[in-house]
Structure formats: structure tokens, C-alpha cells
Design a protein around this ligand. Structure first.
Ligand SMILES: NC(=O)c1ccc[n+]([C@@H]2O[C@H](COP(=O)([O-])OP(=O)(O)OC[C@H]3O[C@@H](n4cnc5c(N)ncnc54)[C@H](OP(=O)(O)O)[C@@H]3O)[C@@H](O)[C@H]2O)c1
Length: 282
């Protein structure tokens, strides 16, 4: 059966990105796995998973270098996301970190550049650096990651802060805290959520309820975990897959529709939050 085309999620700037992309944490760190990981990334792009998430932190640049190799000759097919470490997020530090990231990625520009998490540098200073990078053409858009409701409110109050495009946060069946408040806050500003660790780094794969739902669809637990996140409006997922088999399995989850009954069963096993919870991070 041919796969359906990938639904898109809209950024405030008006551009749309695929509801599923490719994560890269820990990719590029093992020479023995390199060929498999490169093949996995390339196959993902072939199948429409053209949003690639990486960071200067991952393998100290090794993931960016691997992505650079995977996208060589096809840069324009992908929407490339990388992140600056909070310890580099001064004005000059952000500009230099970005210069290094684009060099490792073998490109001249990033599509989206995120502050990896909140650090000590005033947000206003990092935002000024992002604005300069946009002016220079080194990045097209910028955003944040691991920002909770208060961080977001503060960001939106600094000069230029309203140009933020997304908040990349931990979100999966076992990490539903953002449904209480952050998700609503982001939606109110037209901001999509980029959900990281959507299968909880593999820890969701053996849960009996997820397995039961998967069995009902002739699907796998990973597919159910991914479909559950993608069923939310304005949320995209960036699972990491180091093999071609996992990429294809994850891609097929885009076409999996969970029923009302599935969602009820999953709510019972993984109840939604009843009050505010601090944002969790991995
Ligand atoms: N902003 C942040 O602070 C932050 C934090 C964490 C992650 N992230 C981003 O989000 C991405 C995803 O999160 P993650 O890597 O932490 O965890 P994840 O995507 O939830 O899980 C990755 C693990 O699941 C396995 N896997 C993938 N597809 C599978 C399938 N179909 N069946 C069985 N196992 C499967 C992978 O194994 P194989 O490698 O063998 O395929 C890997 O061990 C990261 O790679 C990174 O890009 C961002």
C-alpha cells in the first residue's frame, strides 16, 4: 500500500514542516554504526521525513557531521534544525557556535536554530544574536527548547522575542505535563510544539497497554507511541532511528489512526495531568 503524504505543521512565520522528522542524538558517535545511520537518515529523507533535528551538543559535533554527510548534494530537500548550548548563548558565542554548526553540516544556513535550554545568559542577548544570524542569512528562523510557561512568557516580553517559531520539549505518553498549561500557552501564540523523545528513548516499547493497542491495528508499540503524539494539533515528532527498519516503521506510523477507544485505553494507562507540573527534560 503506498504511504500517504506527510501532514504538515505550520510555523508562525507561515512555512510548514513535516509532522515527523528525524532525531539525531547519539548518532555519529560509533564508527561501527556509521554506515547504518547514514543509510537510515538518507532513507528517511527519501520517504518525506525531511525535518532533521540535531545540535552542537550531540557527540560534540559528531551528529552534525553525520547529518552533513547524509544531506550532501540534497541540502534543499531538508528543513535543518540545530541548537546552541546555553553556555555558548552570549551574543558573540551564539554567532560563533552557529558558524561552527553550519561548517560541520556542510551548508551555509540553518532553517531553524534553537536555544537548547535556558541558561544564565539574558534572553535578550541571545535573541539579539539570533536576529543578527537571520540578518546575515546564516539562519532562517529561531526558536527555543525546554522552555516552560514562565520562560516562554519572559521570552515573549523581550524585544524581538515574538519571532520565536517553536518550543522543542519532552512529550510522550509518560510525559504529559505540558497538556495542563504549556501546550495551551503555545497554541495561544500560534506556536507548534516539537516533541522530543516521543518513544521515551525506547522505554515505551514494552508497555502492555501500548502493546494491546498496537495488536489491534497490526502495528508496533513504537508506531502507537508516535501516532498518539501526532494526533495532537500543532505537534510534530522527531524520533531518532539508527536503522533503515526503524525509519520505515516510524514513517508508517504517520498513517496510523488511533480510535476513540484506543485513546481512552491509553488515557487510563497514562492519565493526563490534573495540575501544573514542572517541565521535564531528558
Ligand atoms: N531538545 C532537547 O533537549 C532534546 C532532548 C532529547 C532528544 N532530543 C531530540 O529528539 C530526538 C528523539 O529523542 P531521543 O533520541 O531521546 O529518543 P526517542 O526518539 O524517543 O527514542 C530513540 C530510541 O528508540 C529506538 N527506536 C526508534 N524507532 C524505533 C522503532 N520503530 N522500534 C524500536 N525502537 C526504535 C532507537 O533505536 P535505534 O537507534 O536502534 O533505531 C533509539 O534507541 C533526539 O534524537 C534529538 O534529536 C532533543
Amino acid at each position: 500500500m503506498p504511504m500517504e503524504s506527510i501532514p504538515m505543521v505550520r510555523l508562525p512565520a507561515g512555512e510548514s514542516i513535516p509532522v515527523m522528522g528525524l532525531g539525531t542524538w547519539h548518532l555519529g558517535e560509533s564508527p561501527a554504526r556509521r554506515a547504518s545511520e547514514l543509510a537510515a537518515l538518507r532513507l528517511g529523507i527519501d520517504h518525506g521525513l525531511t525535518l532533521i533535528d540535531t545540535a552542537e551538543m550531540y557527540g560534540d559535533g559528531a551528529a552534525e557531521a553525520l547529518v552533513g554527510e547524509a544531506i550532501a548534494g540534497r541540502r534543499d530537500e531538508v528543513f535543518l534544525v540545530s541548537k546552541v548550548l546555553p553556555s555558548h548563548a552570549t551574543y558573540a558565542g551564539t554567532i560563533e557556535a552557529c558558524r561552527q554548526s553550519v561548517r560541520r553540516l556542510g551548508t551555509e544556513r540553518l532553517d531553524l536554530y534553537l536555544l537548547h535550554w535556558r541558561g544564565q545568559v539574558p534572553l535578550e542577548e541571545t535573541v539579539r544574536a539570533f536576529e543578527e544570524l537571520v540578518r546575515l542569512g546564516t539562519i532562517r528562523y529561531w526558536g527555543v527548547s525546554n522552555f516552560d510557561v514562565r520562560d516562554m512568557a519572559e521570552l515573549l516580553s523581550v524585544p524581538g522575542g515574538e519571532a520565536v517559531q517553536t518550543d522543542q520539549v519532552l512529550y510522550n505518553l509518560t510525559r504529559r505535563g505540558i497538556e495542563y498549561d504549556l501546550l495551551r500557552t503555545l497554541r495561544a501564540h500560534g506556536l507548534p510544539v516539537m516533541a522530543y523523545s516521543p518513544i521515551e528513548q525506547g522505554r515505551l516499547l514494552r508497555h502492555p497497554m501500548i502493546t494491546a493497542v498496537a495488536n489491534g491495528h497490526d502495528a508496533t508499540p513504537a508506531q502507537v507511541a508516535l501516532a498518539w503524539v501526532m494526533a495532537r494539533d500543532g505537534v510534530n515528532v522527531i524520533p531518532r532511528a539508527g536503522t533503515r527498519e526503524h525509519v520505515l516503521e516510524n514513517r508508517a506510523a504517520v498513517d496510523l489512526r488511533l480510535t476513540e477507544q484506543d485513546l481512552r485505553m491509553l488515557d487510563e494507562a497514562f492519565p493526563p495531568p490534573r495540575g501544573p507540573r514542572p517541565l521535564e527534560m531528558l
